[in-house]
Design a protein around this ligand. Structure first.
Ligand code: AHG
Ligand code: MN
Ligand code: MN
Ligand code: MN
Length: 329
C-alpha cells in the first residue's frame, strides 16, 4: 500500500498537539510548485525554458529562465496561502511579506527556487531547497527577526531533486523521509523511509579547480582523503548542483565541501536557503554539517543572503575534519 507525502504529513500532524491543517495546506503549496517546475524541466529544450532570462540577481548571477519560472511558481503557490507571513528567495533582494488577518501568517519560508542553474542547459540534475520557520509572534520582534532565525529553529526543511526521477526529501525534526514523484498519479509517494547517512562513505565532493585558494587545513584534509590516510579509499564526485551532490552524500556517505575561496572568502553557498536546510536533513540522518569549525544550525544569520563555507557529510569524515583543525599547528 502506498503512502503519499500528504498522508505522511497528516500522520505526523497527529503527533503534534494542537496542529492545525495550516501546515499541510502550506506544504501542498510547495509540492504544487515542485510539480510545475518539474513539468517545465521535463520539456526544457522544447518549451523555451533554457538559457538566460537576461537580468542579474542580487547574487550577481545571470538569472536563467528556469530560475525566474521556479521563483514565480513558488512565490505564487506559497503566497496564496494565508498561513504564510513572509517568503525569502535567492532570487529576491528583500523578503516578500504579506498582510494577513490576525491569527494568520504563522509561517515564514526561505527557499532556493532552482539550485544548480549552471546545469539546466546541459540536462543535469537541478533542485529546489526550502526551510520553514514559525513567525516570531512577540510584538517586539520585527519581520526581519522572523526570517533571520538560526537553523536550529527550523520547523521543517527539505529539497526537491529533479533527476532521472523527481524526489522530495523532507524532515520535520522527526527523521528524514524520501518521496518519489509517481508521474502516473501526480503524487509524491514514500520511497525512502527514515533515511540514514552512512557513518563513513567512499566519495569526497568539492570543486578542486579552486583548491589552490582553499585555506591550508582544507588542502591537507583533502590530501589525507586522497592518500587514504584513515584507511578508507575515496573517489571524487562533483556534479556542481548542491542538491545532487548532497543527495549522493546522504545516500552513500562521504563528504561535500565548499570551502572559502579568493572569490568567495565567506564561502559561496547561502546560509539561509542552502546550508541550513541541508544541515537539518544531514543531522536528522545522523550526519554533521559545519561551517569549517562550528555547527551550521547554530549560526545566527546577519543577512538573508549571507554566505557560509560548508563541510557536510558522514560523522566519520566531518569529525576527522574537526580533529584536523584542533590538532596543534
Ligand atoms: P544556485 O544555482 O542556486 O545559484 O547554486 C549554485 C551553487 C550550488 O548548486 C553548487 O554547489 C555550487 O553553486 C557550484 O559552484 P561552483 O560552480 O563554483 O563549483
Ligand atoms: Mn543562483
Ligand atoms: Mn543554490
Ligand atoms: Mn538557485
Amino acid at each position: 500500500m502506498i503512502t503519499t507525502f500528504q498522508q505522511h504529513i497528516l500522520h505526523q500532524q497527529r503527533e503534534v498537539p494542537y496542529a492545525s491543517g495550516d501546515f499541510s495546506w502550506l506544504l501542498s503549496g510547495l509540492t504544487l510548485a515542485a510539480k510545475m517546475i518539474e513539468a517545465k524541466i521535463r520539456c526544457a529544450g522544447l518549451c523555451n525554458i533554457v538559457g538566460t532570462a537576461g537580468q542579474t540577481n542580487i547574487q550577481g548571477e545571470t538569472q536563467q529562465k528556469l530560475d525566474v519560472f521556479a521563483n514565480e511558481a513558488l512565490l505564487h503557490c506559497l503566497g496564496v496561502r494565508d498561513c504564510v507571513a513572509a517568503l525569502v528567495s535567492e532570487e529576491n533582494d528583500e523578503p516578500v511579506t504579506f498582510d494577513r488577518p490576525p491569527g494568520e501568517g504563522k509561517y515564514v519560508i526561505v527557499f532556493d527556487p532552482l539550485d544548480g542553474s549552471s546545469n539546466i542547459d546541459v540536462n543535469v540534475n537541478v533542485g529546489t531547497i526550502f526551510s520553514i520557520y514559525r513567525r516570531k509572534e512577540d510584538e517586539r520582534s520585527s519581520g526581519l527577526d522572523s526570517v533571520l532565525q538560526p537553523g536550529n529553529c527550523q520547523v521543517a526543511a527539505g529539497y526537491v531533486l529533479y533527476g532521472p526521477s523527481t524526489m522530495l526529501v523532507y524532515t520535520a525534526g522527526r527523521g528524514v523521509y524520501g518521496f518519489t514523484l509517481d508521474p502516473t498519479i501526480g503524487a509524491f509517494v514514500l520511497s525512502h523511509d527514515r533515511m540514514q547517512m552512512p557513518e563513513r562513505g567512499k566519495y569526497y565532493s568539492c570543486n578542486e579547480a579552486n583548491a589552490a585558494q582553499f585555506p591550508e587545513h582544507y588542502r591537507s584534509y583533502l590530501e589525507d582523503l586522497r592518500i587514504s590516510k584513515a584507511g578508507q579509499e575515496y573517489s571524487s564526485r562533483y556534479i556542481g548542483s548542491l542538491v545532487a551532490d548532497f543527495h549522493r552524500t546522504l545516500l552513500k556517505g562521504g563528504v561535500f565541501l565548499y570551502p572559502p575561496t579568493a572569490g568567495h572568502p565567506e564561502g559561496k553557498l547561502r546560509l539561509l536557503y542552502e546550508a541550513n536546510p541541508l544541515a537539518l536533513i544531514a543531522e536528522q540522518a545522523g550526519g554533521l554539517a559545519i561551517n569549517g569549525d562550528e555547527a551550521i544550525l547554530n549560526l545566527q544569520p546577519r543577512g538573508i543572503h549571507q554566505r557560509t563555507p560548508l563541510v557536510v557529510g558522514g560523522r566519520s569524515e566531518v569529525e576527522r575534519f574537526l580533529d584536523l583543525i584542533r590538532e596543534p599547528q
